[in-house]
Design a protein around this ligand. Structure first.
Ligand SMILES: NC(=O)C1=CN([C@@H]2O[C@H](COP(=O)(O)OP(=O)(O)OC[C@H]3O[C@@H](n4cnc5c(N)ncnc54)[C@H](O)[C@@H]3O)[C@@H](O)[C@H]2O)C=CC1
Ligand SMILES: O=C(CO)COP(=O)(O)O
Length: 355
């Protein structure tokens, strides 16, 4: 599976960027990693460890870190952009003078830009106009990837060359890379599941059980799919690793930063306290607001996103919100089988209350 001839650049010195850089190096690629902090770059080069974001894991010594964008991007065939959504466009603009259209550009970031509700690969496209553009997403907790736990991800692109080159660059005996041509669906899945990871962390902190977590995850999938359909995406993609796969892992693990923010909120901390205690980016916090506003504007029924918004930004206690959600509409289980409107109509026809 290895592709020794490939030259890979990773933009971002965080946990996932570092884990991916190490995989590519394990696979025999020439790997350069760009980050802002010269001391962290020096530590990666000297000790082969990222003490700030992945202190407990060894990085392949072949990864060369640098703060010099031109040097990192020189001759790179594949560029992985692992920068939080808030800074994503700014970093791509910084990189732009050193990029050329033969390169493959792949986002690993699971977030949404507020202006225009843009996903990160759309930003890559807008800023460069290149055609080899893709997205990596899936159940990929960075520390487990760095620990070489058996893991799978998805490379999504409508460009076959992007898919096959990324499979060759990153696929190895502990990391499998499945292909999708639904870039938008895969990327949307990665961004949306962060909301429900926050909710799952909250539920755990409130002492709720496994039935509750299972209900939450399944209804989250229904809500994500409803939103996807409203945006013209293919909900079938959510049956894969980047949908249900990522939902399972982030709603089940305190290794997820979004889950940890939820836990802190469930313990009664304010949003600021929860985010400060984390000390890293939890993309879901911003995504809750953006998705809730979009759902409002477009009339999409998203009770979980609305409930999260009320807890995060309106000070409603998490326990009160859980109680309210349990009093909401008892709707269709799988809306692709029995449409929600049919359930509402049945209720009216049989004299029941219309929620
Ligand atoms: N950590 C994880 O388990 C996974 C993360 N992701 C996604 O990957 C994206 C990037 O992730 P991580 O490596 O986890 O990030 P991180 O939160 O561990 O670190 C972010 C990195 O971006 C850098 N950064 C922030 N603003 C910057 C700016 N203006 N200019 C230059 N660098 C800047 C930080 O210095 C840091 O090196 C996240 O948005 C997340 O959605 C995806 C899968 C797994
Ligand atoms: O997306 C992730 C795992 O697939 C990482 O989740 P967090 O950003 O919540 O840590």
């Amino acid at each position: 599976m290895s592709d020794d001839s490939m030259s890979v650049a990773v933009l971002g010195g965080g946990s996932f960027g570092t884990a991916l850089a190490s995989i590519a190096a394990d696979n025999g690629a020439r790997v350069r990693q760009w980050l802002r902090d010269p001391e962290l770059a020096a530590q990666i080069n000297r000790e082969h460890v990222n003490g700030r974001y992945l202190p407990d894991y060894a990085i392949n010594p072949a990864v060369v870190a640098s703060t010099d964008m031109a040097e990192v991007l020189k001759d790179a065939e594949l560029v992985l952009v692992a920068i939080p959504s808030k800074a994503f466009r700014e970093v791509v603009r910084q990189a732009r003078p050193f990029l050329d259209e033969r390169q493959i550009l792949v986002s690993t970031t699971k977030g949404i830009q507020e202006e225009g509700f843009k996903l990160m690969s759309q930003i890559l496209e807008e800023e460069t106009g290149f055609r080899h553009i893709g997205v990596i997403s899936g159940p990929n907790l960075a520390s487990e990837v760095a620990d070489k736990q058996l893991t799978a991800t998805v490379i999504a692109s409508d460009d076959a060359e992007t898919r096959t080159r990324v499979q060759a660059a990153l696929g190895c005996d502990y990391f499998r890379v499945y292909a999708s041509n639904d870039r938008y669906g895969v990327e949307l899945g990665g961004a949306l599941k962060n909301l429900y990871a926050i909710a799952a962390g909250m539920a755990a902190a409130l002492g709720m059980g496994e039935n509750t977590r299972s209900m939450l995850m399944t209804r989250a999938l229904a809500e994500m799919s409803r939103f996807a359909v409203s945006q013209g995406a293919n909900p079938m993609t959510f049956l894969g690793l980047a949908g249900v796969g990522d939902l399972i892992v982030t709603c089940s693990s305190a290794l997820s930063r979004n889950y940890r923010v939820g836990q802190a909120l469930g313990e009664g901390k304010s949003l600021n306290e929860a985010v400060d205690a984390l000390g890293q980016v939890a993309e879901g916090v911003n995504t809750v607001r953006l998705v809730r506003d979009k759902a409002h504007q477009e009339g999409v029924y998203m009770p979980l996103a609305e409930g999260l918004y009320q807890v995060l930004f309106k000070g409603v206690p998490a326990r009160d919100m859980a109680r309210l959600l349990m009093q909401g509409e008892q709707s269709s289980d799988v809306e692709f089988v029995l449409p929600r409107e049919d359930v509402q109509q049945d209720r009216r026809a049989t004299g029941g209350r219309d929620d």
